[in-house]
Ligand binder design. Structure first.
Ligand SMILES: Nc1ncnc2c1ncn2[C@@H]1O[C@H](COP(=O)(O)OP(=O)(O)OP(=O)(O)O)[C@@H](O)[C@H]1O
Ligand SMILES: [Mg+2]
Length: 234
C-alpha cells in the first residue's frame, strides 16, 4: 500500500508549568490516497492534537517525536515556508471551533483561503473565478442566503458550515476535519457529510475526520480509535 499521508510513532507532550502532559505516545497511521478515515476517542484523548500534527499546524515533540509524511515528503524536513505551502495547497482544515475571521463576511471568509494561496496579485486577477467558487461552495453547504453576514450574526451550525466551505476552497487533496458536523442537527450533519463524500468521489480527495458520532464514523472506509495516546482499530 502506498500511503499519501503517514504518521510514524508520533509523540506529543504539552508542558503545563513544570508538569509534562503526554497526549500522543506513539501514534502511527497510514492513509491511502482517496481513503476516508474516521478518528474516534474520548474527549481529551488527543484527537485534535493529532489532526493538528497531520495538518502541519503544530509539530511533534523534538527529537524522538516521530514524523508526518505527505506524498513522500517529511513535514519535519520542511522550512517554515514549506509548511505554509503544505497548509495552503495540500490541506483543507476544518477547525473544531471554526476560527473564522470576525471582521470578514461569510463570502470573504471562504475566499480568503484562495487569497492566501494565490497571493494578492494573483487573487485580484482571478477574483471573479474565486468569488464564483466561494459562492458555489456556500451553496453546497446551504448558506447561499447568508453571504454578507459576519460570523457573529450566524448560528453555531452556520459557522461550522462556513468553515467547511473555506476548507474546500482550494480543492485540497487532503481534507482534515475536526468534528465538522458536531454542531449540526442530525439531518443537516448527514447532509453535509453526504456532500463531502460525493465531492470526494469526484475529486479523489482523502479525508481524515474526527467525530463522536457513530453514524458519521460508519460512513468512513475505516475507523481508528485513540486510547491512552495510541491508535487502535475500532
Ligand atoms: N495547548 C495545550 N497545552 C496543554 N495541554 C493541552 C493543550 N492542548 C490540549 N491539551 C491537553 O491535551 C489533551 C488532548 O487534547 P485534545 O484537544 O487533542 O483532545 P480531543 O480528543 O480533541 O478532545 P475533544 O473530543 O474534547 O475535542 C487534553 O487533556 C488537553 O487538556
Ligand atoms: Mg478536539
Amino acid at each position: 500500500m502506498t500511503a499519501l499521508l503517514s504518521a510514524t510513532n508520533l509523540q506529543k507532550t504539552y508542558r503545563l508549568g513544570r508538569v509534562d502532559v503526554p497526549v500522543l505516545r506513539g501514534v502511527s497511521l497510514d492513509v491511502r490516497a482517496g481513503e476516508f478515515i474516521a478518528i474516534v476517542g474520548a474527549s481529551g484523548s488527543g484527537k485534535s492534537t493529532l489532526l493538528h500534527l497531520l495538518g502541519g499546524l503544530d509539530r511533534p515533540d523534538r527529537g524522538t517525536g516521530g514524523d508526518v509524511t505527505f506524498d513522500g515528503r517529511s513535514l519535519g524536513s520542511l522550512s517554515a515556508a514549506g509548511i505554509d505551502r503544505y497548509r495552503s495547497r495540500s490541506v483543507g482544515f476544518v477547525f473544531q471551533f471554526y476560527h473564522l475571521l470576525p471582521e470578514l463576511t461569510v463570502l470573504q471568509n471562504v475566499a480568503i483561503a484562495a487569497m492566501i494561496r494565490l497571493g494578492r496579485v494573483g487573487y485580484l486577477r482571478q477574483r471573479g473565478v474565486v468569488t464564483a467558487r466561494a459562492e458555489e461552495l456556500l451553496g453546497l453547504v446551504g448558506l447561499s442566503h447568508r453571504l454578507r453576514h459576519r460570523p457573529a450574526e450566524l448560528s453555531g451550525g452556520e459557522r461550522q458550515r462556513v468553515a467547511i466551505a473555506r476548507a474546500l476552497m482550494n480543492d485540497p487533496p487532503l481534507l482534515l476535519a475536526d468534528e465538522p458536523t458536531g454542531n449540526l442537527d442530525r439531518a443537516s450533519g448527514l447532509g453535509i457529510l453526504e456532500a463531502l463524500v460525493t465531492q470526494r468521489g469526484q475529486t479523489g480527495r482523502t479525508i481524515v475526520l474526527v467525530t463522536h458520532d457513530a453514524e458519521v464514523a460508519a460512513r468512513a472506509d475505516r475507523t481508528v480509535r485513540l486510547v491512552d495516546g495510541r491508535l487502535s482499530g475500532a
